[in-house]
Design a protein around this ligand. Structure first.
Ligand code: FA5
Length: 335
């Protein structure tokens, strides 16, 4: 048995030595280490050996397997390195220009529309304090609403913001009232990923604080915004929602443009996609920034830009937007 294993190993190494193409090495690897290889048969037949034989042959087979795996992997690395470095310097430079990411295009479009509507663009940090992401938004520690957005907490005591609403109190404290701002940005949630949920996605926050601001102002702005974005009247529905920082709160759903509202995997067969919740800013949030709640009221909303890009470009799976595959993403941008 020992001799057989030795011969098998030497045969494999000799054959490998003569190979220079990746595909050949992979075939050879499958021949000597694959499921149907002689080595695998020998490993499977260990159970038929005596205890004494097993003590010797078992380790020998494992060592041989490891040795061969290393040899094959080293060879593959060697070949790959050659592929990387042996490029033809005389080839013309690739003439295809880059393109903007669909979410970047949509974010710019929405921001431009909001600027035309009189909103000022503000920004805030992606690494945020608990205070701005939660506490200032009327979500104290241990409040059950913290579970609505699974949070990535960092070792430095900060967190990755879960929502662009974290910029609300930053803006109120900096500029006071009256106020009309929007804030696009990336947010992070420790979520299970599926066709319409990512753990890293983009939102844009809109916020207006002034005298006599009411729900009708909120609905008007959200509807006008969507009409301009889609260049058509898109079917939307408004239903009651819950956010600790708005009262009353609403959920604005958009009829799924992938299936025309019939139901598909993207909208989980509901025909609708949650797109833009909002509501009247809770007095506690205004008070946190010393805004006079007898004089001022306000509304805020958080539009999901990544989902908006899906709807606008009929992308049926959100994961396409984060996979970095330029062949897919390039088709939406400006070439
Ligand atoms: C919020 O994030 C609130 N901050 C929105 C808000 C702002 C309410 C101001 C009231 C006032 P929500 O968790 O529902 O709410 O997210 C808002 C939008 O972001 C969703 O409608 C959806 O379009 C998008 N979104 C949420 N989670 C994901 C996800 N995992 N992947 C992709 N998009 C998401």
């Amino acid at each position: 048995m020992k001799e057989k294993i030795e011969a098998l190993k030497n045969g494999a190494l000799k054959e490998l030595n003569n190979l220079s193409k990746e595909a050949d090495v992979l075939n050879c690897k499958a021949k000597y280490l694959g499921k149907k290889s002689e080595l695998n048969d020998l490993l499977a037949s260990l159970k038929n050996l005596t205890v004494e034989e097993k003590k010797v042959i078992g380790p020998l087979l494992n060592e041989t397997k490891k040795e061969l795996e290393n040899a094959f992997n080293n060879k593959l690395t060697e070949i790959n390195n050659q592929i990387n470095y042996n490029f033809d310097e005389t080839l013309p430079v690739c003439s295809k220009t880059g393109s903007l990411h669909p979410v970047t295009i949509v974010a710019k479009e929405v921001t431009d529309i909001m600027k035309r509507m009189g909103f000022t663009v503000v920004s805030g940090p992606e690494m945020e304090t608990e205070y701005y992401n939660f506490e200032a938004l009327n979500v104290p520690k241990n409040h059950p609403a913290r579970d609505m957005q699974d949070t990535y907490y960092l070792d430095n005591g900060l967190l990755l913001r879960t929502q662009t609403s974290s910029n609300q109190v930053h803006a109120m404290q900096k500029y006071g009232a009256p106020l009309k701002v929007c804030s696009p940005g990336r947010v992070f949630r420790n979520e299970d990923i599926d066709a319409n949920h990512e753990n890293t996605f983009f939102q844009i926050e809109g916020m207006v604080i002034d005298e006599n601001i009411s729900v009708s102002n909120l609905v008007y702005v959200m509807r006008s915004l969507l009409r301009e974005i889609f260049h058509q009247d898109v079917k939307v529905r408004l239903r009651p929602g819950y956010f600790p920082f708005t009262e009353p709160s609403f959920e604005l759903d958009c009829s799924c443009l992938i299936c025309g509202g019939k139901g598909c995997p993207t909208c989980k067969n509901s025909g609708w996609l949650e797109l833009c919740p909002g509501g009247m800013i809770h007095p506690n949030v205004l008070k946190e920034s010393n805004i006079d709640t007898d004089k001022y009221t306000g509304f805020a909303f958080g539009l999901g830009l990544t989902r908006l890009a899906m709807m606008k470009y009929k992308i049926n799976d959100i994961r396409v937007l984060n996979n970095g595959d330029v062949r897919e993403l390039g088709q939406f941008g400006i070439e």
